[in-house]
Design a protein around this ligand. Structure first.
Ligand SMILES: NC(=O)c1ccc[n+]([C@@H]2O[C@H](COP(=O)([O-])OP(=O)(O)OC[C@H]3O[C@@H](n4cnc5c(N)ncnc54)[C@H](OP(=O)(O)O)[C@@H]3O)[C@@H](O)[C@H]2O)c1
Length: 247
């Protein structure tokens, strides 16, 4: 499979690093395509999207969503597999833009870079086995009806940023309590990883895991109460609502 990237920004770069194979890459003139292939191998075609279309058998659309029509015009006649990671762009819109190609709509997150990503595949995408195999190499894959992709994105797509914000605040709190930043950081990251694995090992039973740490009247109970009083559950609901708004 020869993979061509339309766009060499954050998402294309994260995926390409996760796949770890040479790619054909393009950008809109920033030089990020050349930087990416210097790192991974392959070839930068600069802004020459048409040549990329004539050489690649699979094309990853990783430009901005509003550029769908203008990029499709440069790829006109492409008949391979078009995989879009464009937020909010439907399969219908992809089929209109790429009438001769197979099309798939996928919403990965940036943890694909370390092969621990989550990729949401829109039900009804063409060539689902090939798409699942491609994204399965860089993490887990879940197929969802298109109508549920927005809600899924409100968790996994934006999630790395949420966890980064949560970790940063928690590390700051640890430093305020007297830990060195590197100690607080190691504790936070290992705790987040371990807790996720523990919850998974208990079949997703968050309450059981929470209860097993919480002695009546104890330290954890006081911390949990402080988190609830400070609005953590409400903040996560508000964040989900915010991701569903268009502006
Ligand atoms: N970031 C995420 O976590 C995430 C998650 C899921 C989906 N997405 C989706 O991924 C897409 C890209 O997001 P991003 O965060 O990676 O944005 P980004 O860092 O701004 O990257 C966009 C890339 O597209 C290139 N580009 C723009 N027009 C082009 C054209 N006509 N031909 C070739 N390349 C062109 C840009 O070129 P220059 O380098 O020259 O500017 C840049 O390399 C968006 O549609 C977004 O919805 C992002």
């Amino acid at each position: 499979m020869l993979l061509g990237l339309i766009g060499s920004g954050n998402m294309a770069g994260a995926l390409a690093r996760g796949w770890g194979e040479p790619v054909l890459a393009t950008d809109s003139g920033s030089g990020r395509a050349a930087a990416l292939v210097a790192e991974l191998g392959g070839e930068s075609l600069g802004t020459d999207v048409a040549t990329l279309g004539s050489r690649a058998d699979t094309v990853l659309l990783a430009h901005k969503p509003y550029q769908l029509a203008s990029v499709a015009e440069q790829l006109s006649g492409f008949s391979g597999l078009v995989v879009s990671v464009l937020g909010g762009v439907t399969l219908d819109a992809l089929r209109t833009a790429y009438p001769q190609a197979s099309v798939a709509a996928v919403m990965p997150n940036t943890a694909v870079e370390v092969r621990r990503g989550v990729s949401l595949v829109a039900e009804g995408s063409d060539e689902p086995e090939r798409v699942n195999q491609l994204f399965g190499r860089v993490g887990s894959v879940m197929t969802l009806p298109e109508t549920a992709l927005g809600a899924g994105t409100g968790i996994s797509g934006v999630g790395p940023a949420y966890v980064a914000l949560f970790a940063e605040a928690w590390i700051d709190a640890g430093v305020r309590a007297g830990l060195k930043p590197e100690q607080a950081s190691a504790l936070v990251l290992d705790t987040v990883n371990g807790a996720a694995e523990l919850i998974r090992a208990h079949g997703g039973d968050t309450l059981a895991v929470r209860r097993s740490v919480t002695s009546p009247g104890g330290t954890t109970a006081r911390g949990l109460r402080a988190l609830t009083d400070a609005g953590l559950p409400a903040a996560l609901h508000a964040a989900m609502d915010a991701t569903r708004r268009t502006a």
